[in-house]
Design a protein around this ligand. Structure first.
Ligand SMILES: NC(=O)c1ccc[n+]([C@@H]2O[C@H](COP(=O)([O-])OP(=O)(O)OC[C@H]3O[C@@H](n4cnc5c(N)ncnc54)[C@H](OP(=O)(O)O)[C@@H]3O)[C@@H](O)[C@H]2O)c1
Length: 324
């Protein structure tokens, strides 16, 4: 089969696409014939050796796939060849096939296209965990989303609306803000052109927001934190801007604010039952028409570096996927 191979922790331009042996289903595994794989910012961090964990080399990157079950290994119950599924793989997804533990595989609704299914896992699972378990977002609260036109950002706009929040989307430029609007945002702030703190205060009539969802970091985090009201929760999702901000702790003291870290992958490993319930809820929300992954571009496996270029150049509106 064809697969993207990472031989060294190096700039992603060094990735190659090669013919490798087909995977075999071990006990408890299924082979997924991959139709689409979601591309996420952490994939770049992984191949460049900048992620929290470093896989042994060489490896196939790609953390989420959608496709059809080809074969099932010994001891697997609940799946059969031909089933349409998604799988959280962490690695091995940018290939034509992958061997995946059956516990990481879930059936998808018949109405769901593979490209949307592949785009539903990391971004939406991270965001539902962030908004439910970490922020405890309530109906009627105000949610500020930084990086609102990107992968996790569009998921946060959609899920925030599904949970009854007023969503203020912050992003750079008209196109990204239009994407956030399409994802359901109520208010739009261009954080490159406007004073972020002042605008957020204005939009909340001086009271401040209830929750900030920060997937960007850099220079945007502190003004957003300063715009949180009494009892506000600041969600640390990621640092797409590159810089990890240092926050003055008096900002937590002043308005009785909380800074809450979100690490979906580690949480899902420790709490598989709760993560399974979140995933089931995501599929229900999808079927009910309340969420819909926004796929702005789709590339063949050979063009994996183009997909990464789009992410690095801040061009991705919603999600980009690879098709096998
Ligand atoms: N905590 C978790 O469990 C978890 C799970 C998944 C992802 N993440 C993290 O969340 C972050 C976003 O991931 P994503 O897949 O949503 O990425 P994405 O689609 O690229 O979105 C990130 C957004 O950040 C903004 N940005 C600002 N400066 C940037 C820069 N220098 N380079 C790239 N983007 C920049 C861009 O919006 P504008 O151009 O509008 O500013 C972009 O839309 C990443 O740091 C990722 O590692 C965390």
């Amino acid at each position: 089969m064809k697969a993207v191979i990472c031989k060294d922790f190096a700039p992603y331009q060094n990735l190659s696409v090669e013919e490798v042996e087909d995977p075999k289903a071990g006990p408890g595994q299924v082979i997924v014939d991959i139709k689409a794989a979601g591309v996420n910012f952490p994939d770049i961090l992984l191949v460049e050796g900048k992620y929290q964990m470093k896989p042994p080399l060489p490896f196939i990157p790609g953390g989420e796939v959608a496709g059809v079950v080809e074969t099932v290994g010994e001891g697997v119950a609940g799946f059969k060849p031909g089933d349409r599924v998604v799988a959280a793989t962490l690695l091995d997804g940018f290939a034509e096939k992958a061997a995946v533990a059956a516990s990481q595989v879930a059936p998808i609704p018949d109405v769901m296209p593979f490209e949307e299914a592949a785009a539903l896992i990391t971004t939406y699972a991270t965001t539902i965990h962030a908004l439910k378990q970490r922020a405890e977002l309530k109906d009627g609260e105000t949610l500020v989303v930084l990086g609102a036109g990107g992968g996790v950002g569009t998921a946060a706009c959609q899920l925030g609306k599904a949970y009854g929040a007023r969503v203020i989307a912050c992003a750079r430029g008209e196109e990204k803000l239009a994407t956030a609007k399409q994802a359901g945002a109520d208010e739009l702030v261009d954080y490159d052109a406007e004073d972020l703190k002042a605008r957020l205060k204005e939009l909340t009539s001086g009271k401040g927001a209830d929750v900030v969802y920060d997937a960007v970091g850099g220079a945007y985090s502190e003004p957003a934190m300063r715009a949180l009201g009494w009892g506000g929760r600041f969600l640390v999702i990621g640092f797409a801007a590159g810089d990890i901000p240092k926050m003055p702790l008096n900002l937590a003291l002043l308005n009785s604010r909380d800074i809450r870290g979100v690490f979906w992958g580690a949480w899902a490993g420790q709490f598989p039952k709760e993560n399974g319930a979140n995933m089931a809820e995501l599929f229900e929300l999808y079927v009910a028409g309340k969420i819909k992954p926004m796929v702005s571009a789709s590339y063949p496996l050979e063009d994996v570096t183009k997909a990464f270029d789009d992410l690095m150049a801040r061009r991705v509106k919603g999600k980009v996927v690879l098709t096998a």
